[in-house]
Design a protein around this ligand. Structure first.
Ligand code: ATP
Ligand code: MG
Length: 221
C-alpha cells in the first residue's frame, strides 16, 4: 500500500547536509514494521515526509498507487486526516480541548455521529489505560499520559496507515507493553499498515520486521 522510491531530503541552512539518501520501502496492507537508527539520522524526517507534512527534494511516495508528493496541500490534508494516524514525538495535543475531545478529533473532523465517536473514543482511552482522564486537559497530564492520548487519537478513526514516532518514550515498561499491544491489535484488526519509530529493541520486537535507517539507506535488520 505504501511504496517509497529514491527518496532524498536535505535541509538548507548553515548545517546544510543530506538527511535522507535514496530511501526505498515497500509496505503491504496488514504489515507493521519498526524503524530504528541513531538519533539525528532522519527517522522523524522520514515519517513527516510519509505523512506529507514536509516535501522531499526528490523521489516518490505512493499510497495505494497515488503519488503523494504530486497532490496539492488540500488533497494531502484530507488524505492524511482520513487515512493516516500520526503519533508525533512531541504529542501536539490541543491545549483547550479535553483528553476525550483531543482523542476524538479525527472522528469528529471526519463527520462521525457523536454517539459513535464517543463510544469508540472511550474504547481506546480505556485500552491505553487513561479512561479516568477523559475530562482532563493536557496541562493536567504527565508526559506518559499525554503520549497515550496521542496514541488513542492516532488510532481512533481506524486509519489505513499508522505512523508512530517513539510512542512509548515516556512510558514505564508495563504501560509501554500495553500500548504496543493496543497499537498492534488495532493495526492488524483494521487491516492497515503501521510504522513504529523507536530506540527500544523491545518495542521494535512487537512488529513484523525491523529496519535500521543509516547513512547508506533503510536496511532490513
Ligand atoms: N527543520 C529542520 N531544519 C534543519 N535541520 C533539521 C530540521 N529538522 C531536522 N533537522 C536535522 O535533520 C537531522 C535528522 O533529524 P530527525 O529529527 O529526522 O532525526 P531522528 O532520527 O528522528 O532523531 P531522534 O532519534 O533524536 O528523534 C538532524 O540532524 C536534525 O538536526
Ligand atoms: Mg525523531
Amino acid at each position: 500500500m505504501l511504496t517509497i522510491r529514491n527518496l532524498n531530503k536535505s535541509y538548507a541552512g548553515v548545517r546544510h547536509r543530506a538527511v535522507l539518501c535514496d530511501i526505498h520501502l515497500d509496505l503491504a496492507r496488514g504489515e507493521y514494521i519498526a524503524i530504528m537508527g541513531e538519533s539525528g539520522i532522519g527517522k522523524s524526517t522520514l515519517l513527516n515526509l510519509i505523512a506529507g507534512l514536509d516535501s522531499p527534494d526528490s523521489g516518490s511516495i505512493k499510497l495505494d498507487g497515488t503519488e503523494f508528493t504530486a497532490m496539492d496541500d488540500d488533497a494531502r490534508t484530507l488524505l492524511r486526516r482520513e487515512r493516516m494516524g500520526f503519533v508525533f514525538q512531541a504529542f501536539h495535543l490541543l491545549p483547550h480541548l479535553t483528553v476525550e475531545q483531543n482523542a476524538a478529533l479525527p472522528l469528529v473532523l471526519g463527520g462521525g455521529a457523536p454517539a459513535q465517536c464517543s463510544q469508540r473514543t472511550h474504547e481506546l482511552l480505556g485500552a491505553v489505560g487513561i479512561a479516568a482522564l477523559a475530562a482532563s486537559y493536557p496541562r493536567e497530564l504527565s508526559g506518559g499520559e499525554m503520549q497515550r492520548v496521542a496514541i488513542a487519537r492516532a488510532l481512533v478513526h481506524r486509519p489505513q496507515l499508522v505512523l508512530a514516532d517513539e510512542p512509548t518514550g515516556n512510558l514505564d515498561p508495563d504501560s509501554a507493553r500495553q500500548v504496543l499491544q493496543v497499537m498492534r491489535e488495532q493495526i492488524k484488526s483494521n487491516a492497515g499498515a503501521g510504522i513504529l519509530v523507536t530506540h527500544s529493541p523491545t518495542a521494535a520486537s512487537t512488529t513484523d520486521r525491523i529496519y535500521v535507517l543509516t547513512a547508506e539507506g533503510l536496511l532490513p535488520q
